[in-house]
Design a protein around this ligand. Structure first.
Ligand code: PLP
Length: 444
C-alpha cells in the first residue's frame, strides 16, 4: 500500500546483529519434516524472528517489528531485559540443575517473593514448567481436597492442551474427542456476546443449575480466567466471581483462578486478575509472564489444601530449576522496580481510549474491551448481528505485519485482535499501533 501516509515505527536506539543463520524457507522445511504437524505458523509468509530487544523484534533481514503480543503474553518485562539476562546468566554459570532433593536458595527465594505477592492465606508455592501443568496440578488438588470429581469451567475458556486440561478448555478449535472426566462447561459471562449482557446473576444461576441437575450436588472445583485470553480478551461480567465462588464453596468445591495471562500487573488496576472481581481464590495458577519467556509455571494455594498433597510425593524434575527460579525472581523485582502495573494502567487506558475513538470511524470494529495491556478488538461485518469478520481479520492481520506490528488473533471465530505487548510498551507504541490499524482499515 501507499507509503505516503503509512505511519512510521517510533524511533528505537538499537542495532540488531547481522544474521547468518538459515532462512525462513529452510527452517520451515525442517519444521515440516521433523516437527509435529499441528505446529502452525501465524502468517501466510512465515516470519523468522532472530532477535528481540524490549518491545521490539527483528526478522532475518533486520526489519524491526513492534511486538504487541509478547510471545503470547509471555515476555512480561521485555525481550532480553538486561537485568533478567544478568540473573539467568549468573545462575547459569554457577549451577544449572541439581534437583530439589537438595537445597538451593534460588527456589526458596523465589517462592518467598511470590508468596509475598499473594493475598489471604495463599502462601504455599509449587513450581512447574507450564500453564497446562499448573492447571493439571490445580485440578488434582481440587479433587483430592474436596473428595469430589466434577469440575466447572467456562465456555470459551482455554486452560491448556494436556489430556486433563483439554477437558477444561472449551473452544472446539483446541479439543479432541477424548474422555473429559466430569467437566461441566457453564454459560460464559461475556458482556458482548453472552445472552444476559453484564448481568452476573443470570450467568451465575447457570453454575447453580449445572450443580443441581448435572452433579450429585457436590463438585471438586471451579476454574476461570478473569479476562479470557485465547478466547479473545473477554472480561467476565462484573461481580460474577463473587457469586460463583459462594455457590461452588457451598457445593464443597474449591475456586481456582487461572492467572496464566492476567497476572503480574498486566491488567493495570490490580496485580492479579481475580482482584478485579473482589475475590480471593483457594488456588491460583500462573505461567507465561512469570518467567519473561523461561519455561516456568506455579501453583499457589493454602496450607490446608497443600496438606492433602503431603500424603504422597508431589514432585517434578524441573519445577524450581535454579536458572528458571533466578530468572523468575528477577522478573518479579523488575516489575516492581519499573512500576509496570501503574505503567500498564496508564498506557492501557490511553490505548483503549484511542481504540474506542477508532471504533467511531470504522464500522468493522464491533467491540473494544480489556484492561491495562490486555486488550481485545473484535471485528464484525454487521454490528447488530455481531457477525464475525473472519476474512477481514485475516487480511488486516497480514497488513499489520507489513506495517511492522505483530498482534495476536483469537476468539472462537478468530475475529479478535489481541493486544498484549511486553509491559514496557509505551504511549508512542500505542499511538503507532492505532495509527497502523487505522491506516490498514482504511485500505480494505
Ligand atoms: N491457561 C491460560 C489462561 C492460557 O492462556 C494458557 C496458554 O495459552 C494455558 C493455561 C496453558 O499454558 P501453557 O501453554 O504454558 O501450557
Amino acid at each position: 500500500f501507499s507509503s505516503i501516509s503509512a505511519p512510521k515505527l517510533p524511533g528505537f536506539d538499537y542495532e540488531p546483529r547481522p544474521y547468518r543463520g538459515p532462512s525462513a524457507e529452510q527452517i520451515l522445511e525442517k519444521r515440516k519434516r521433523f516437527l509435529g504437524p499441528s505446529l502452525f505458523h501465524y502468517y501466510q509468509k512465515p516470519l523468522n524472528i532472530v532477535e528481540g530487544k524490549m518491545q521490539y523484534l527483528f526478522d532475518e533481514n533486520g526489519k524491526r517489528y513492534l511486538d504487541a503480543f509478547a510471545g503470547i503474553v509471555t515476555v512480561s518485562c521485555g525481550h532480553c531485559h538486561p537485568e533478567i539476562v544478568k540473573a539467568i546468566t549468573e545462575q547459569n554459570n554457577l549451577l544449572q540443575h541439581a534437583t530439589t532433593i537438595y537445597l538451593h536458595h534460588a527456589i526458596a527465594d523465589f517462592a518467598e517473593e511470590l508468596a509475598s505477592k499473594m493475598p489471604g492465606n495463599l502462601k504455599v508455592v509449587y513450581f512447574v514448567n507450564s500453564g497446562s501443568e499448573a492447571n493439571e496440578l490445580a485440578m488434582l488438588m481440587a479433587r483430592l481436597y474436596s473428595g469430589n470429581l466434577g469440575m466447572i469451567a467456562l465456555r470459551n475458556a482455554y486452560h491448556g492442551g494436556t489430556s486433563g486440561t483439554i477437558g477444561l478448555t472449551a473452544l472446539s478449535t483446541w479439543k479432541y474427542s477424548i474422555p473429559q472426566g466430569e467437566i461441566h462447561h457453564v454459560v460464559n459471562p461475556d458482556p458482548y456476546r453472552g445472552g444476559f449482557g453484564s448481568d452476573a446473576h443470570h450467568y451465575a444461576k447457570d453454575v447453580q443449575d449445572h450443580i443441581s441437575y448435572g452433579t450429585p450436588g457436590k463438585v471438586a472445583g471451579f476454574i476461570a480466567e478473569t479476562i479470557q485470553g485465547v478466547g479473545g480478551a473477554v472480561e467476565l461480567a462484573p461481580g460474577y466471581l463473587k457469586l460463583v465462588y459462594d455457590i461452588v464453596r457451598k457445593a464443597g468445591g474449591v475456586c481456582i483462578a487461572d492467572e496464566v495471562q492476567t497476572g503480574f500487573g498486566r491488567t493495570g488496576s490490580h496485580y492479579w486478575g481475580f482482584e478485579t472481581q473482589g475475590v480471593i481464590p483457594d488456588i491460583v495458577t500462573m505461567a507465561k509472564g512469570i518467567g519473561n519467556g523461561l519455561p516456568l509455571g506455579a501453583v499457589v494455594t493454602t496450607p490446608e489444601i497443600a496438606n492433602v498433597m503431603a500424603q504422597k510425593i508431589q514432585f517434578n524434575t524441573f519445577g524450581g530449576n535454579p536458572v528458571c527460579s533466578a530468572g523468575g525472581l528477577a522478573v518479579l523485582r523488575v516489575l516492581d522496580k519499573e512500576k509496570r502495573q501503574t505503567h500498564c494502567s496508564d498506557v492501557g487506558s490511553h490505548l483503549i481510549g484511542r481504540l474506542k475513538d477508532l471504533q467511531q470511524r470504522h464500522e468493522i470494529i464491533g467491540d473494544v474491551r480489556g484492561r491495562g495491556l490486555m486488550v481485545g478488538i473484535e471485528l464484525v461485518t454487521d454490528r447488530k448481528e455481531k457477525t464475525p469478520a473472519k476474512a477481514e481479520t485475516a487480511v488486516l492481520f497480514e497488513k499489520m505485519r507489513e506495517l511492522g506490528v505483530l498482534v495476536g488473533k483469537g476468539g472462537l471465530h478468530g475475529n479478535v485482535f489481541r493486544i498484549k505487548p511486553p509491559m514496557c510498551f509505551t504511549r508512542n507504541d500505542a499511538d503507532f499501533l492505532v495509527d497502523a490499524l487505522d491506516y490498514a482499515m482504511s485500505k480494505i
